[in-house]
Design a protein around this ligand. Structure first.
Ligand code: FPP
Length: 249
């Protein structure tokens, strides 16, 4: 009998954490209670990702569109972010996890920016594990920001228009600029099957796993199940199965 071979572990997993509101509603609790439970899941999942061997984990914590939610929910989410950063600093240092953000962080409340900068600075030398928080993030604003930066580089003579290519443009995306690799696996919880303006270009070849589990209920076993599902998929990048099996040309 042939052995199953080593398990395929995705290097980068991106997660759309959805279902906090429904989790709370089902229990007759305020929406913010769902987000509060969602923060507990964040710690569980970051720890689990490390145990599984996932080097990068990106969490869609606040989208560029989330500002349109009721003011008390927005301020509640900002409060939770501040609380999370204060509480997790020691844990991230202990586990040698680097924190990065993607998105327009400059629009976040000053206290949240201060905490973010503190944690980013304290963890910046860790290389093995990376937690990326997508904050005030949207793919379309990311593309607009990258296009502006690329055009400015062309104007300044640092880039040539004739060299415009995906590889060169990619370096101006938030992820490319920070050296974050493309996600191998995108997970969305709560049964919704949408990408919602999250890492649209970077997920061009990502495997997608949609689970009906609500984010506050998501745990290590659910993450492992998604990783197992990823391991069963064949990533072809436009090639045929035969080409993949015969190895690089
Ligand atoms: C989606 O659930 C979740 C969000 C918009 C926010 C996610 C935020 C957290 C998990 C807490 C803060 C994060 C960190 C990293 C501290 P939803 O409210 O859209 O749920 P629903 O679709 O059931 O209403």
């Amino acid at each position: 009998m042939s052995s199953p071979g080593p398990a395929k572990i995705p290097q980068h997993v991106a997660i759309i954490m959805d279902g906090n509101g429904r989790w709370a509603k089902a229990r007759g609790l305020p929406r913010l209670e769902g987000h509060r439970r969602g923060v507990e899941t964040v710690r569980t999942v970051v720890d689990a990702a490390r145990e599984i061997g996932i080097r990068y984990i990106t969490l869609y914590a606040f989208s560029a569109e989330n500002w349109k939610r009721p003011a008390d929910e927005v301020s509640g989410l900002m409060g939770l972010l501040d609380y999370f950063l204060k509480r997790e600093l020691d844990n991230l240092i202990k586990n040698r996890v680097r924190l990065l953000t993607i998105g327009r962080a400059e629009a976040l409340p000053a206290n949240v920016q201060r905490e973010l900068n503190r944690v980013i600075e304290a963890t910046k030398d860790f290389q093995e594990w990376t937690l990326v928080l997508a904050l005030n993030y949207g793919s379309r604003t990311e593309v607009a920001d990258a296009a502006r930066a690329y055009a400015a580089a062309v104007q300044a003579g640092a880039e040539k228009l004739a060299d415009a290519s995906w590889e060169n443009f990619n370096r101006y995306l938030y992820t490319g600029a920070a050296g974050i690799p493309e996600p191998d696996l995108l997970i969305r919880t709560s049964g919704e099957q949408r990408v919602s303006n999250f890492l649209l270009l970077q997920c061009a070849y990502a495997e997608m796993v949609f689970t009906s589990v609500l984010w506050p209920d998501f745990g290590k076993a659910d993450l492992q199940a998604a990783v197992d599902e990823y391991g069963r998929r064949e990533r072809r990048y436009g090639l045929t199965t035969e080409q993949i099996k015969s190895g690089p040309a």
